[in-house]
Design a binder for this molecule. Sequence first.
Ligand SMILES: Nc1nc2c(ncn2[C@@H]2O[C@H](COP(=O)(O)OP(=O)(O)OP(=O)(O)O)[C@@H](O)[C@H]2O)c(=O)[nH]1
Ligand SMILES: [Mg+2]
Length: 504
Amino acid sequence: MTYQRTMASILAMPPNLRSVVLRQLAASRPVTVAAPISSIRLFSSTTANPARQRPAARSTSRSQPTQPGKTQGKPAEKLKAKQHEKPKDKQPEKPKAKQPEKLKAKQPETSKDKQAEKPKDTPKKIKKTGPVEKAPSSFSFLPPPSNDPNQRALPAPAPTANSLFAATHIFTCQKPYFMYAAPRFLNFPVNTHVPEVCILGRSNVGKSTLINALSGAAGAAAGRAHGLEARRAGRAITSAHAGSTKTMNAYGFGPPPKVAPPKKEAEPEAGESHAIKSRSEKREEKNKFNKERKPTNQLILVDMPGYGFNSQAEWGKEITKYLEKRKMLKGAVVLIDSVAGVKKDDRTVLGMLRDAGVRTTVILTKADKIDSMEEYRQGTGKERKEGSIGDMCVKVWEELRKIEEESLTWVEGKGWERELWVTGAGDPRNAGLGIAGARLAIAKMAGLVRDERALADEEAPELGSVVMKPAPTVSKIIPFDQIVWATPHQGTAGSKGSREKASF
Ligand SMILES: Nc1nc2c(ncn2[C@@H]2O[C@H](COP(=O)(O)OP(=O)(O)OP(=O)(O)O)[C@@H](O)[C@H]2O)c(=O)[nH]1
Ligand SMILES: [Mg+2]
């Protein structure tokens, strides 16, 4: 109130006196008096003036009227302090602490330390692993002559590079193709052109692993193919548990064979009434032809479910049908475990092959579980329990000779191959032990590759020929190149009720 009264009295003064009084007041009380006056002037005089930019000044003057020195001094001090701090604290830190350390630490590491590390590490690695022994890619044994007193298995002469190369090319020129899985014989698609070889053996003997190794999968990878990824890559699924393969799975190898386009049947001449076919006959013929698809590969391998432990009850029936009726079956590969040897189930299956007249080759698997490579080659390596791999071969020949006694056609060198092939398909240390040899054995049986070795008592089949199994009716040689795609299927697969009797 006093303030308003003084102001009113000042305003009532004459203008000359008023200005003098105001100057004196301003000199004596600079802040407390001047501030309210300026504010009054501002609010009264401004209409559209953007004087709101100044409330900070007003607020400071109003809120801290009693400490003018502090309000003015503080920001100034802070600014000064900040300006001085920055250059002092940061600039000297960079060159001293960070940059030189990094440079010193990095540059010499890349150039000098790495060079210095190499010679230190390499000898350590060599010491740990030792020199890697190269596994023989082909490894097989032949029976001794009957007059040999020792009766020891003879290491077979190595196949020629040409034959090994030709066989390897079929299996590795392109990735394998998983064609189909047939739970029963009736599920097999018709095949009248592509040679087929089936892989038989007890559960867990290494059938699927061998198929993978044939296509070029290295050691551990061949024995550890699981899931969809393996399936997409055309690999056979493997497992350490017996009974993993439950259907008859077909894998295609090599490029599609060159086959002639289907030939059109000659038009029946006028007057030849017997040449005219009914509609139903024509439809049936057409269906028969359509059943067979164009071949996708040069060779088909059929991975069979294992027999013995954990095998399927239906196995015997379906496999017997396949062995007896499959038209393009050129042979069977029976796998026998190098350590376990020939078991009762193996004898039964060899008997089935004999009865069906299917050409048979025996391959010993898991040979890496027996002794060293050098002893393998010599046939003298001692197996953990029973003997060397050579001794195992002798036992296998004895078994085969017993089984052949009941047959006239399925005999040594004709029904079954004398040469026993040794492999270690799933060996993680020596990938590919005997695999090239196994490829040759299979391709030879399929009639796709000629074995160029001059085996004393066995005639090598001609290149590109297919030796038909010694079945009672068919026993002729059909050159593969002469196989004509258009040949209509002769079986009775299409007719109702007779499918069981049909050969595909
Ligand atoms: N060390 C070694 N292990 C092998 C070899 N071959 C296969 N194996 C292993 O034996 C196990 C069985 O292999 P598979 O190929 O699945 O056997 P399979 O005969 O197909 O078995 P089923 O499908 O059950 O009939 C896997 O764990 C493989 O890694 C081999 O040559 N050496
Ligand atoms: Mg299997």
